[in-house]
Design a protein around this ligand. Structure first.
Ligand code: 3PG
Length: 334
């Protein structure tokens, strides 16, 4: 079981100066604040999480109805609170090789599978009514493996709405079976940012060739795209927009939602949730396979950090809704 996570990024006084070196793809000068990442006690990996607890007024639109959406564990109410879990996929085979991956569809490594299972243990007491994943296999594997650990034991089922026939052919004809299912919506908009001509290149070799500062600019700046790829800003135009248009309405309706996606598509969503500036988001780093919990209440997102695990007591402290859900799970087992 993973140890506790520090949810707080430790603000450092160190500042980092952008290179004035011009590049074919962009030029930037000036100071940015560099934020060290909080560290995880076991495993030694880092979870970067800038400490700004912002709020967000969602656009209120009607949630769309899903075929197997009925009879969840709670009655959705517009005024209720809901849980939002964000998770970056576990380690992929190209993460392991240190290659720029972007929209290339690469599966998880055995370590990535373990990370997804571990993530599932951390969120096994938190209600989940709907799952959103990117269209990439590493995010989908992560979502599915994590859900295998959930104590409610509902079955995640991918919704196939790419054609009328696909929708019709994947219908479920038992209300009872539907009740035991969780709809999984796949959306290309949640894919990793398109890394352009860096896809498939080794990150270290690219840094050796173009310089650390140039590569850092491509990887972490807000508005400078890698060669023929997407900047974080461009990625946000689809990923954060999808979140606002499709996922927020579900939260407004009281649905508990998990989103399994990618380092940069999630950075764009967290930038929106935490109201980070284009300078602050530079230092936001997400580790593979670490779930992050937000509570959505009264139109605001409250960041609760990363759940520690099934035995932790703190889940009781998150909210009354989550505490009740945990008690219900406990009573189902005993
Ligand atoms: O696409 C990739 O290579 C990774 O998923 C994210 O890479 P980054 O940390 O270089 O943005």
């Amino acid at each position: 079981m993973a140890g506790a996570i520090s949810h707080h990024a430790l603000a450092s006084t160190q500042s980092y100066r952008w290179s004035a070196q011009s590049s074919r793809f962009g030029k930037r000068t000036g100071n940015v604040r560099w934020v060290h990442e909080g560290s995880r006690c076991s495993g030694g990996r880092k979870l970067g999480f800038v400490c700004t607890s912002g709020s967000q007024q969602p656009s209120v639109v009607e949630p769309f109805q899903l075929p197997s959406d009925g009879n969840s564990d709670h009655t959705p109410k517009k005024s209720s609170e809901s849980a939002l879990i964000l998770i970056r996929h576990g380690e992929s085979l190209w993460n392991e090789k240190n290659l720029f991956t972007g929209c290339v569809d690469v599966p998880l490594t055995p370590k990535g599978v373990e990370e997804a299972i571990e993530a599932g243990k951390r969120i096994c007491n938190i209600p989940i009514d709907m799952i959103y994943t990117s269209s990439l296999i590493r995010a989908q594997m992560t979502a599915m493996l994590a859900m295998m650990q959930h104590r409610r034991k509902k079955i995640p089922i991918i919704m196939h709405n790419e054609s009328e026939q696909a929708h019709r052919w994947s219908q479920i004809y038992s209300e009872e079976t539907k009740k035991q299912s969780i709809p999984v919506i796949t959306a290309w908009q949640l894919n990793e940012r398109m890394y352009g001509e860096l896809q498939g290149l080794n990150k270290q070799e690219t840094a050796d060739r173009f310089g650390n500062e140039q590569v850092h600019e491509w990887r972490r700046s807000y508005d400078i795209p890698p060669p023929n790829g997407e900047s974080l800003e461009m990625c946000a135009e689809r990923a954060a927009a999808y979140f606002k248009e499709q996922i927020v309405p579900q939260l407004v309706a009281g649905k508990h939602v998990m989103v399994a996606a990618h380092g940069n598509s999630l950075r764009s969503i967290i930038m929106h949730l935490d109201k980070l500036t284009s300078q602050e988001v530079i230092s936001l780093e997400l580790s593979t396979g670490i779930p992050m919990l937000y509570i959505f209440k009264e139109g605001k997102f409250i960041r609760r950090g990363s759940p520690v695990g099934p035995s932790e007591a703190s889940v009781y402290a998150y909210t009354r809704t989550l505490a009740k859900y945990r008690q219900k799970l406990d009573s189902m087992v005993s």
